[in-house]
Each structure stands twice: as structure tokens, then as C-alpha cells.
Design a protein around this ligand. Structure first.
Ligand code: FES
Length: 572
């Protein structure tokens, strides 16, 4: 291995005034001079700790374990904060700010003296934003996830985030009191960590492990388990070695790695948000990936992990059953086992000794938890650039269905009318919501799994087809068509659906069509005016101007690709 001059020496290795300035202020933290002499890789710890992001609120503590590993391996850890996106608090939706956070990460890494970086990720958008930003710089990088919270317990039963939708329905029907509702809040969130089911946070943690950006078991070790700190410590040791090996993100994030991530996501029954984020990451690192790849590579993979919302259990249980390596082992014959990972080993080597300890949690290809999983990508005159549906979360009897459209023009219209006794709707209808796409809301919120009308819930209806250009929470479920592209706000065909139109969904044929003639569609398009939202300045204005559509990953057009790690202009 040839010893390469460390990138950080462009700062700390300078002589004269510049070197003085780069080092002197750092020394006010009590760092001795030898740390700057060029034989200790500077490892940035990109920390999304925030008390406003409760899923990441334990990250200061976790960072200490990570630092211990970095020191032990002869590195020099320096922690820095970046924008943290707390899914449960940020209005109108954390997705609106994913790209902004990624810009913060990208520029923070490039502009500062670091040789490698560990991305501390947890709550949903904190993973893709950090990976996207780091990918556009491309220095050695690893992900350390915060881990899932312990499963909640309420009235003797295990509960997690997916139960919120059920509690909300029971509360709506008067089956759960206000006091019980509040008690359930505390019972569900009883430990540090992100959501307990296979929601978007754990989907993202699984994604980085499948991509090879983390050490094995990153996806499932509970946040409260001491082994999460051991993982942090080992990540610290390994990132220093990665810098010495000059193993960059682009060497790990190959086309093979992306194919693996899609297959593993299917085995996990992961969130549909995965599609948007993986697409955006691929475009940053320059790997070709389109919507059809998600269908193609996931179609042969059944549901292996019995975890909510597609299954019955929680990510904590999956860890005890063998974790992600054991899941990957079951689909080994499909995976690109020669894909290299952050620990320098291949995926095949990493899962070689993996074992399943509980067949209730981890199925096999021959005897899966559910035969169908993954992502169905739909095409048709309602979604020329695609739409997606998660078969494992859908009702089998609705996967081929033609029904009458009940249209809501936007989220406010939906909220105002959904529970009206006058609403002309039955369980055979298709609920359509417009203007919740990237530009239409803006930010593409997780409202696609629209709550069913109260009168149908009271009648015992459990699921209906719902179609929108929005997203769905990773913990959501139902026969929900999402990410319709192009979106209605810019004149996608969804904008022209009218009450009473017939819509045909045929998931086996991968089609979604509005049953009107081409002439009628053209006539409806005439005179369309794009939605004009009242944002004249600031970040949201930039978002509306630059964001691309769902099938392209909802990234900004000018952020695709990488600018590398070189700083073009020097300071001082
Ligand atoms: Fe943070 Fe679910 S709200 S992971």
C-alpha cells in the first residue's frame, strides 16, 4: 500500500501564516501539536444529533464510542453538526428539506480538513441526505446508524409505529379514549432509537448495509443495546483503515451494490421511500438506475423478514433472529456476492457465517413469509413516467380492480370531505388525491395512504385503492399507488381525473389507466394552468424551481453528480 499524503494536510501541513491559522484555533480545544503532523487521518463525524430529532437524540453518546475506535486506530476524530431532519416534527414534511441537508453535508465535508467521514444517520431522511451529500464529494465514508428503538408495550401487547394508524382509526370510532391514546404514546416510545418497524429509517439502515456502506448488523442492532456502541467503536477503527486503503464511496457504490440494495429491500419489505432515495443516491454517484430496475430486481425476491408493516414483528426481533446478514444469506443466490463493502470484504464473505435463529422471523425463498414483495412499477396513461405500489402491504383482492374515481383536489379538500356522510363513496371506489407531489404540496408529503372514510370504517372496510402523486410512510400499508409521475401540479394526467371516471389497476400487468379516450384526455389538458404556490423567496422557492420528479429521485437538477473532494480556491 503506497502512503498517500492525507487530504487534511492541505490545511494542517502548511507552513507559514496559513498553517498557523489552520492549526492555532484548533488547539484551543486542547489538541497537542503532533495530531496535525500528517500521520493521523482526520475523521469527520457528521452528526445529526438533535433534541428536535428524537430518533437521533442519543447520537452524542454514540459518537463517543465511535471516537474511541478512531483514536484506537490512530485517527483524529472531529465531530461536526449538520442539519437534522426529525420526521415527526418538521413541517410541512422532512422530504422538503432532504436536498437542503444534503447540500449542508456535501459542502461541510469538502470545505473542511477531513480524510474520511462517518455519517451518523437515524431518522428517515437523515440517512439519504447524508449519503447523497457525501457521495457528491467521494472520500472514504461509512454509515453508522442509530438503531431501532425497543418494541413498545401497551396493555400487554407489543406496539410500534405501524399501530398509530390502527389507534387513530379506533380513536375515530370511539373504541380508544383520549387517556388511552396518550398512554399509548409513552408506551410506544420507551427507549432511544428510531421507529421499531421496518419503516423508512430501518429501510434506510438496511439499504446502507446492503450497499456495503456500513459494517454488518448496522441495520438491526437496537439503539439501546450495548452492541450498538461496539458497532460504533468498530466503525471508528475501520474508517481509519479505509482512509489508509483509500477506499472511496464510488468503489463501493457500484451498479452491483445498487442491485443488491433493491433485492434486500424486497426481502425486508422495506419502505417505498427507498425508491426515491436510492435513485437520488445513484444519480449523485453516477450509477445508471431507473424505475424499472426496482421492479426487475425485486420481482424474484419474496418477503423474507417477518417485520411490520409487511409482516408481524419488529426490527429488534429481526436482530435476535440473525439480523440482516441472515436475511441476505437466504437470498444469496440472487445477490452480487462479489460486491465489495466498507470492511474490505465482499457481501458474500460478510454473510458466510450468518445463521437464522428463528424461522418465524426469517423465511426462506422456498417458504417465504409472503410470496410477493418488492416494488411494483406501474405504467399507463395515468402515470406515463411511472407510479409505484408495495404488493406486500396491499390487499390481494384489490391488485386487479376497476373502480369509480372519487377525487380530492388537494389535502385540504380531502380533510374537509373525507368523513362527510354525504360523500358518494363505497369500498369499490378508487380514492384519488391530487397536488401532493414534489412541487404540488410542496415536498411530497407522506399522505398517500389516505385514511378511509369514517362511514366505511364503521362498516368494517379495511382497505381501498388509493392513488396520489405523494408518498407513504414506511410504516403505512394498504393498496396504495404512490409517486405518480409526472405529478398533477405540473400537468401530469392525474390532474385530469374527474369524479366518476373509471380507473383500472392491474398490478400483475403493471398497468394503471384512466379509462377515457385519448381525445378526451387531450381535451381535458387544454387550458391547464400549472399550480402557482405562494412562495416568492427563500429555500422553498429554490425547491420549486429546481426539484425533479419522483421517477428521478426528487433531487435538485443541479445536485446530480459529484464535484469531487478538491477545493478549487484556497483561503487566506
Ligand atoms: Fe424518526 Fe420514525 S419518526 S424514524
Amino acid at each position: 500500500m503506497t502512503k498517500k499524503k492525507l487530504r487534511s494536510q492541505e490545511w494542517y501541513g502548511r507552513t507559514g501564516k496559513d498553517g498557523f491559522i489552520y492549526r492555532s484555533w484548533m488547539k484551543n480545544q486542547g489538541f497537542p501539536h503532533h495530531l496535525f503532523e500528517g500521520d493521523k487521518p482526520v475523521i469527520g463525524i457528521c452528526n445529526t444529533w438533535s433534541e428536535l430529532t428524537p430518533c437521533n437524540a442519543h447520537f452524542r453518546d454514540l459518537a463517543e464510542a465511535l471516537k474511541r475506535g478512531i483514536w484506537e486506530a490512530g485517527g483524529f476524530p472531529l465531530e461536526f453538526p449538520v442539519m437534522s431532519l426529525g420526521e415527526c416534527s418538521i413541517k410541512p414534511t422532512a422530504m422538503l428539506f432532504r436536498n437542503l441537508a444534503s447540500m449542508d453535508v456535501e459542502e461541510s465535508i469538502r470545505a473542511n480538513p477531513m480524510d474520511g467521514v462517518v455519517l451518523m444517520c437515524g431518522c428517515d431522511k437523515t440517512t439519504p441526505s447524508l449519503v447523497m451529500g457525501a457521495a457528491s464529494v467521494d472520500i472514504p465514508a461509512m454509515v453508522l446508524s442509530g438503531g431501532p428503538m425497543l418494541v413498545g408495550r401497551f396493555k400487554g401487547k407489543k406496539i410500534g409505529t405501524s399501530d398509530i394508524w390502527r389507534f387513530a382509526e379506533e380513536y375515530k370510532l370511539g373504541k380508544l379514549s383520549q387517556e388511552e391514546f396518550i398512554e399509548a404514546e409513552s408506551a410506544m416510545s420507551r427507549s432511544v432509537g428510531h421507529c421499531a418497524p421496518m419503516g423508512t429509517a430501518s429501510t434506510m439502515a438496511g439499504m446502507v448495509e446492503a450497499l456495503g456502506l456500513s459494517l454488518p448488523d448496522n441495520a438491526t442492532i437496537p439503539a439501546a443495546d450495548s452492541r450498538r456502541k461496539v458497532l460504533a467503536h468498530m466503525t471508528g477503527i475501520r474508517i481509519v483503515e479505509m482512509v489508509k486503503e483509500d477506499l472511496k464511496m464510488s468503489q463501493i457504490l457500484t451498479r452491483k451494490a445498487f442491485e443488491n440494495a433493491i433485492m434486500v429491500n424486497a426481502a425486508l419489505g422495506g419502505s417505498t421511500n427507498f425508491i426515491l432515495h436510492l435513485t437520488a443516491i445513484a444519480k449523485r454517484i453516477g450509477v445508471p438506475l431507473d424505475l424499472e430496475d426496482f421492479d426487475h430486481f425485486s420481482s424474484k425476491i419474496p418477503l423474507i423478514a417477518n417485520v411490520q408493516p409487511s409482516g408481524e414483528n419488529w426490527v429488534e426481533d429481526l436482530f435476535y433472529a440473525g439480523g440482516l446478514p441472515a436475511v441476505m444469506k437466504e437470498i444469496q443466490k440472487f445477490l452480487n456476492t462479489d460486491a465489495i463493502t466498507a470492511n474490505g470484504k465482499t457481501i458474500g464473505q460478510n454473510i458466510e457465517k450468518a445463521e437464522c435463529y428463528d424461522r418465524n422471523l426469517i423465511g426462506t425463498v422456498e417458504n417465504p413469509i409472503k410470496p410477493e414483495s418488492g416494488i411494483a412499477v406501474l405504467k399507463g396513461n395515468l402515470c406515463p413516467n411511472g407510479a409505484v405500489l408495495k404488493p406486500s402491504a396491499a390487499s390481494p383482492h384489490l391488485l386487479t380492480h376497476t373502480g369509480r374515481a372519487v377525487v380530492f383536489e388537494n389535502i385540504d379538500d380531502f380533510k374537509a370531505r373525507i368523513d362527510s356522510p354525504e360523500l358518494d363513496i363505497d369500498e369499490t371506489c378508487v380514492m384519488v388525491m391530487k397536488n401532493v407531489g414534489p412541487k404540488g404540496y410542496p415536498g411530497m408529503p407522506e399522505v398517500g395512504n389516505m385514511a378511509l372514510p369514517k362511514k366505511l370504517l364503521e362498516a368494517g372496510v379495511k382497505d381501498m385503492i388509493r392513488i396520489s402523486d405523494g408518498r407513504m410512510s414506511g410504516t403505512g400499508y394498504g393498496t396504495v399507488v404512490l409517486h405518480v409521475s409526472p405529478e398533477s401540479a405540473i400537468g401530469g394526467p392525474l390532474a385530469f381525473v374527474q369524479n366518476g371516471d373509471m380507473i383500472a389497476l392491474d398490478v400483475p400487468a403493471r398497468s394503471l389507466n384512466l379509462l377515457i379516450s385519448d381525445e378526451e384526455m387531450e381535451a381535458r389538458k387544454a387550458g391547464f394552468k400549472p399550480l402557482v404556490l405562494p412562495y416568492e423567496r427563500g429555500y422553498v422557492n429554490l425547491f420549486l424551481d429546481k426539484v425533479n420528479q419522483a421517477h428521478e429521485g426528487v433531487d435538485f437538477d443541479f445536485l446530480q453528480g459529484s464535484s469531487g473532494s478538491e477545493v478549487k480556491r484556497d483561503s487566506h
